[in-house]
Design a protein around this ligand. Structure first.
Ligand SMILES: NC(=O)c1ccc[n+]([C@@H]2O[C@H](COP(=O)([O-])OP(=O)(O)OC[C@H]3O[C@@H](n4cnc5c(N)ncnc54)[C@H](OP(=O)(O)O)[C@@H]3O)[C@@H](O)[C@H]2O)c1
Length: 281
């Protein structure tokens, strides 16, 4: 199969490219090569390259910056996805769209399943939900993959930020009242590499198993890295940021389990593996 990846220089896209190119022909297109806000170019490029599948990783992912630049957030995350989905519809390609736990408001207090009602609290979540809607409107053969708290070897992320700050001797204060399912991009990439062969199209929640507060996650990063550095627990209100975030956004996958895929390993195991890969343990 021929698989086109948008936003190919991103953190998740880099791992997807690595995993999928072991088996399939991959066409990675960076923002410089294909800006998804240029809808005419998106249509021309996808129609001329004729991929069987598009894995759409391109997004405006800075949650606070999306709040400050809502037009850009909707342009990239919703309208850009619309262009990609329309081009897929034109050539009969299937689409993998990466979405987020931030489509939920956190009020449920138990892991969200695929059919729970989204109610995003911030512009990033709204613009990504907009992306889901345009996929649903344009295509029948799609996978919407909601994931959360990504970290990996090819981008700045929470894990590397905590390690850098700790090594620089900077004080660490981390929110203790937001619970997520942090996920290693390599595990997610391997999951997506399985999912693309499935005939069961639809919405999937895919994260490492389990849930943890950002504070406890930071403590575990430091413990596994042998860094004896204190982390002050703080509340969301003590960490003023432009975007509101859900207090609880752990995800559970009914579809992944039901359709016979192997659940991803738990977050501690994945974190430990990542730290040893980057030489942090
Ligand atoms: N990171 C997380 O914790 C998280 C959680 C849940 C879901 N997700 C979703 O997972 C996907 C991958 O995230 P990631 O963490 O790997 O993000 P990332 O590293 O920021 O990758 C996104 C890529 O998209 C590119 N991009 C931005 N605007 C573009 C445009 N107009 N046209 C084409 N490419 C564009 C970015 O390029 P520049 O960097 O040059 O702008 C970047 O290379 C995204 O859909 C994100 O919404 C992420």
């Amino acid at each position: 199969m021929r698989i086109l990846i948008t936003g190919a220089k991103g953190m998740l896209a880099s791992d997807i490219q690595r995993v999928i190119s072991e088996k399939e022909e991959v066409i990675p297109l960076s923002k410089q090569e294909l800006d998804i806000t240029d809808s005419r170019k998106v249509m021309e490029t996808i129609c001329s390259l004729k991929p069987d599948i598009v894995i759409h990783c391109a997004a405006f992912t800075n949650v606070d910056q999306c709040e400050l630049e809502p037009d850009k957030a909707y342009l990239v995350n919703t309208v850009g996805t619309w262009a990609v989905a329309s081009a897929c519809a034109r050539i009969g390609a299937s689409l993998v769209y990466i979405s987020t736990d931030y489509v939920f408001d956190g009020a449920k207090g138990a892991p969200y399943i695929e059919v729970d009602e989204p109610n995003p609290l911030n512009v990033y979540g709204k613009s990504k939900l907009g992306g889901e809607k345009v996929v649903l409107m344009n295509l029948q053969r799609f996978f919407i993959v909601r994931t959360a708290g990504l970290y990996g070897a090819n981008g700045k992320n929470f894990v590397t930020t905590i390690l850098t700050r700790a090594r620089e001797g900077k004080p660490l204060g981390v929110v203790a009242d937001q619970v997520v399912s942090p996920t290693y991009t390599l595990d997610l990439a391997r999951a997506i590499a399985e999912l693309i062969y499935s005939p069961y199209y639809g919405i999937y929640h895919i994260t490492n198993q389990g849930e943890v507060s950002w504070h406890r996650f930071a403590q575990e990063i430091l413990r596994l890295s042998g860094l004896d550095v204190p982390v002050k627990p703080i509340t969301s209100s003590e960490w003023p940021s432009p975007a509101r975030r859900p207090l609880y956004s752990a995800l559970r996958s009914l579809s992944w389990e039901h359709f016979g895929f192997t659940p991803l390993r738990n977050w501690q195991e994945a974190l430990s593996d990542f730290l040893s890969q980057i030489g942090g343990v």
